[in-house]
Design a protein around this ligand. Structure first.
Ligand SMILES: [Zn+2]
Ligand SMILES: [Zn+2]
Length: 245
């Protein structure tokens, strides 16, 4: 056999397909390298959150002189600061839908890698000691089979060598969708949303991880209970975010 042909044939065994989270088409990567890339064309097709962005929640701003978005000017948050990768619309919205309901768990690894590429330095600067994925209620976890936030968090932790704990924060009630509730019910609904499991972990600078950030109420409640339990700083990264204006 021709040596060139043999090398070519062997290299085929090394290549291995993963799916691009945006177009769902297979992308070939070298086996063992643990790469879950996004095609160059797809990077162009999605809206990355760029500066100027809100200094609190990370939402993109239309006014370059503004520091905070309308939401963050109107209400204070219990978390310290957050960053988001993409706007929650179009391809990104469809991608997150497929991840949750179309058994595309591997997308979570792509999201995690992309979050590290864009916000790795920021995470390092925050001196994060522990990463916590926003938990699902156990009933929902049973339905879905996995927690998408956990897949993303694990990849960030693996790349950045920061421990990830999925057992510290517990979603204790099966919350009804916020839009079905009035104001008072809404507050109560969230107040009971999380608790901390008994632990002997020193909670200091924590990074919460989720796939979608909308009003920030979930992040606030999670940050609130973590701070009550002694956390000095709670930041977050989210794969996607709505607009703040
Ligand atoms: Zn693609
Ligand atoms: Zn904001």
């Amino acid at each position: 056999m021709n040596i060139v042909f043999r090398l070519w044939k062997e290299s085929l065994h090394l290549l291995y397909p993963v799916r691009c989270p945006i177009c769902d088409r297979p992308v070939f990567v070298v086996f063992g390298r643990w790469e879950y890339p996004i095609c160059p064309g797809c990077r162009e097709a999605v809206d990355y959150v760029r500066e100027p962005a809100c200094k609190k929640c990370g939402k993109p701003l239309s006014d370059i002189r503004a520091e905070f978005c309308g939401d963050c000017l109107r209400q204070s948050h219990l978390y310290d600061q957050g960053k988001a990768l993409w706007l929650y619309k179009g391809y990104v919205k469809q991608s997150i839908y497929r991840l949750k309901y179309g058994n595309r768990r591997e997308y979570g690894i792509s999201y995690g890698q992309e979050l590290v590429r864009v916000y790795g330095d920021w995470i390092r600067k925050k001196e994060i000691q522990l990463i916590i994925p926003i938990p699902l209620h156990k009933k929902r976890l049973r339905q879905r089979g996995f927690n998408q936030a956990e897949v993303i968090a694990k990849e960030i932790g693996r790349q950045m060598k920061i421990p990830v704990r999925k057992d510290l924060l517990i979603r204790c009630v099966h919350t009804r969708p916020q839009k079905e509730l009035n104001d008072k019910e809404r507050k109560n609904n969230l107040k009971k949303a999380f608790k901390i499991a008994p632990n002997n972990v020193q909670l200091n600078q924590i990074l919460l991880v989720d796939d979608i950030y909308t009003t920030g109420s979930t992040m606030d409640r999670a940050a609130g209970v973590l701070k009550e339990a002694g956390a000095s700083q709670v930041c977050f990264v989210s794969v996607s975010i709505g607009r703040g204006y």
